[in-house]
Design a protein around this ligand. Structure first.
Ligand code: FEO
Length: 394
């Protein structure tokens, strides 16, 4: 059912309580999610985004309770990914003449996915606007690579609402909808997880786009993203967070990520954690087994860190596949301004440290010289040697 956001603007989305993953199974979801669509009922009736394809029928049914489809004037498709455009085919089946406002890249993604080049696309660029009546209009802002080439935001004048699509969103199911009513700890954990795992590769673009939006001097009373809470209480707090996160973000944290075969590399990981704590008691230290911890949650901790250490024993002249897969994901995220160290045990040939160095360097980390390359089980002397890595990272 619709929920009033402000005046004649309503939320009409889907709180997806039981969703457990996103982007296939590439992003873990621990606290539900939502797909937020919005209905503007001014002189013109405008729908902003829809919901994910499996909820299409339910969404259409709810939409029809609020507005006669024949009276709908336009749909704004801010982003073609199917979690937001999924109900578009069902709507267009009943209103094939409905104008679709989107970016030029939006046309490409929508026709590529739904194969309807005949739909009435109205291509918009930054600064273009759509009069919605009663003295208000929607002003469009292209948001390329935040996080798809087709992404855009829309600003409703008069009500001062920024419909930001994926930007400023979180995978967080909140029945109460608004940020001031949500659990604040979960909200900010989910917001930084979303940024770290989805937006980090585009931080340089995000930084420039945020500055562009700030320079527009818009009065923003509400930020209404397409996932998670609607920011109505101090909405600029999430913009301020994005300004920090997009600027080579780091906290005073060092994260150790490893996998192990017979616990030798695990012993090194735990000793390194202790040595870092001894040397820098104020630094937050966290240790994760990459085989047993959710990869997205580890990535969020790496995003917060100023340095990491990665450990793997040698396996088949290489590293363990769990660590290899995780490093591949790390490289995708293009994190910057972080140090790294490597460590691991071996029995025969001992290539793991060399491989870890290469992979971490490719991922953009400055790998420090000291390392731990331990033949068989660590001796007391090997364990004492972990202090050299700790000193280099601290
Ligand atoms: Fe929420 Fe990029 O879709």
């Amino acid at each position: 059912m619709k929920v009033q956001v402000k005046n004649n603007v309503y939320w009409l989305g889907k709180v997806d309580w039981e969703l457990q993953s996103f982007h296939g199974d590439d992003y873990s979801i621990n606290n539900g999610s939502s797909q937020n669509a919005y209905l503007i009922l001014e002189e013109k009736k405008i729908l902003v985004d829809t919901v994910w394809s499996p909820h299409s029928s339910e969404f259409l049914e709810n939409l029809k309770k609020e507005v006669d489809l024949n009276e709908l004037d336009a749909i704004i498709v801010q982003h073609g990914e199917v979690d937001h455009s999924g109900a578009l085919p069902a709507i267009m089946a009943e209103r094939p003449d409905l104008p679709i406002y989107c970016t030029a890249n939006g046309v490409k993604s929508l026709t590529g996915q739904f194969h309807h080049p005949e739909w009435d696309y109205r291509v918009v660029k930054t600064g273009d606007s759509l009069d919605v009546g009663n003295g208000k209009s929607l002003v469009f802002v292209e948001m390329p690579m935040l996080h798809w080439p087709d992404s855009m935001a829309s600003y409703l004048t008069g009500d001062n609402i920024l419909f930001s699509n994926d930007a400023f969103g979180q995978h967080f199911g909140v029945g109460e909808l608004f940020n001031d009513r949500a659990d604040q700890c979960i909200l900010f954990e989910e917001a930084i997880k979303y940024y770290a795992n989805i937006l980090t590769p585009f931080s340089a673009l995000a930084k420039r786009k945020l500055q562009e939006i700030i320079n527009m001097n818009l009065t923003i009373d509400i930020i209404a993203p397409s996932h998670g809470v609607i920011w109505r209480d101090n909405p600029l707090q999430i913009v301020e967070k994005y300004v920090q996160w997009s600027d080579n973000y780091q906290e005073d944290q060092i994260t150790i990520v490893y996998d192990t075969m017979w616990d030798g590399t695990k012993k090194l990981a735990h000793k390194l954690a202790q040595d870092i704590t001894d040397l820098a008691p104020d630094t937050v230290v966290k240790v994760f087994s990459v085989a047993h911890t959710d990869k997205n949650d580890i990535m969020t901790e790496v995003f917060k860190s100023r340095a990491i250490a990665v450990g793997s024993p040698t396996m088949g002249n290489d590293i363990l596949s769990s660590v290899a897969g995780w490093l591949y994901f790390l490289k995708e995220l293009k994190m910057k301004n972080k140090k790294a160290a490597v460590f691991g045990c071996y029995g025969w040939s001992g290539e793991s440290n060399k491989v870890l160095r290469e992979k971490l360097t490719e991922a953009g980390f400055a790998v420090v010289e000291p390392e731990a390359k331990v033949n068989w089980m660590p001796t007391e002397e090997d364990m004492l040697g972990m202090r050299n890595i700790a000193e280099a990272l601290v």
